[in-house]
Design a protein around this ligand. Structure first.
Ligand SMILES: [Fe+2]
Ligand SMILES: [Fe+2]
Length: 242
C-alpha cells in the first residue's frame, strides 16, 4: 500500500502503465456514467427532477433552486463526458446501462424529490470526495468543485424535507420517501466484496472501499433523519447489494 505522497500522478497525455490506463478508462468511461446526461438513464432521471422540481415547486425560490441544481448537474455531465471522451471517445459515446437502480426509480412528488436529493446527491458527495487528490490529475482538479456542488444538493434536499415535515401529512409522506430512498442510496456504493475497488485504491484512484464509504454514510445520515423527527430505517431492509 502506498502513502498519498508516494502515489504516482498522471495527467491526460502522460505515459501510463497499461494496468492503470485500463482502470482509469473503466472508472471514467463506465462508472462515472452516472454523472453523464449522454446516458439515457441519466437524461430520464434529470428530466424527472426537472418536471417535479419546477412544476411542483411550492415557491418561485424553490423553482429557481431546482433549475440551478439541474444547471450544475448538466455542468458535471459536460465535465465527466469530456474526461471520458479524452480517454476513449467510442466508449464515452456508448449508452452503457446505468447499474445503480436508484437512477431507474420513479418519483412523482415534491416530497420524494426532496428525499432523492438528500440521499442520492449525498452519495455523490462521498464519491466525489474520493477523487480529491486523485492520482489522475484531471480528476483531482475538478473534484473539490464537484464535492461542493453535491454538498449543496444534499443540503437542499434536507432543507426541503425539513419544510415538508412541518405538517403531519408531510411527515408521513417523508417517512415513506425515506424508506424508499435510504436503501437505494446505500446500494449505490456497490458490493462490499468487489475486487476492483482494491485496484483503484492501490493506484490512487480511490481512497476507501465501498463498505467503508457505506458505513460512513450510514453513520452520518442516521442523526440527520432522526433530527427530522423520522424513523431511521433498518440498514439491511430492502437492500440488494451488500
Ligand atoms: Fe453531480
Ligand atoms: Fe448532485
Amino acid at each position: 500500500m502506498f502513502t498519498a505522497s508516494e502515489i504516482q500522478k498522471y495527467d491526460l497525455n502522460d505515459d501510463m502503465p497499461e494496468d492503470y490506463r485500463k482502470l482509469l478508462v473503466k472508472l471514467c468511461c463506465v462508472e462515472h456514467g452516472i454523472e453523464m446526461i449522454s446516458r439515457t438513464a441519466i437524461l430520464d432521471f434529470l428530466t424527472q427532477v426537472w418536471m417535479v422540481g419546477t412544476y411542483q415547486a411550492p415557491s418561485p425560490y424553490e423553482r429557481v433552486r431546482t433549475a440551478s441544481y439541474c444547471w450544475q448537474e448538466v455542468g458535471h455531465s459536460e465535465l465527466f463526458y469530456n474526461i471520458a471522451r479524452d480517454l476513449d471517445p467510442a466508449l464515452a459515446d456508448e449508452d452503457i446501462p446505468v447499474t445503480q437502480y436508484a437512477f431507474h426509480m420513479k418519483f412523482t412528488t415534491w416530497t420524494e424529490l426532496a428525499a432523492v436529493n438528500f440521499f442520492t446527491d449525498r452519495v455523490g458527495m462521498y464519491q466525489a470526495n474520493e477523487w480529491v487528490n486523485s492520482s489522475y490529475v484531471v480528476l483531482a482538479k475538478i473534484a473539490p468543485m464537484v464535492v461542493k456542488d453535491e454538498r449543496g444538493h444534499t443540503t437542499m434536499g434536507y432543507d426541503r424535507l425539513e419544510r415538508v415535515c412541518e405538517s403531519v401529512k408531510g411527515k408521513e409522506e417523508a417517512q415513506r420517501a425515506v424508506e424508499k430512498w435510504h436503501p437505494a442510496a446505500l446500494d449505490m456504493f456497490g458490493h462490499s466484496e468487489s475486487k476492483r475497488q482494491h485496484e483503484y485504491i492501490k493506484w490512487g484512484l480511490k481512497k476507501h472501499t465501498n463498505g467503508e464509504l457505506r458505513q460512513q454514510y450510514i453513520q452520518d445520515v442516521a442523526p440527520l433523519i432522526a433530527k427530522l423527527g423520522l424513523d431511521v430505517p433498518d440498514e439491511n431492509k430492502n437492500r440488494r447489494f451488500f
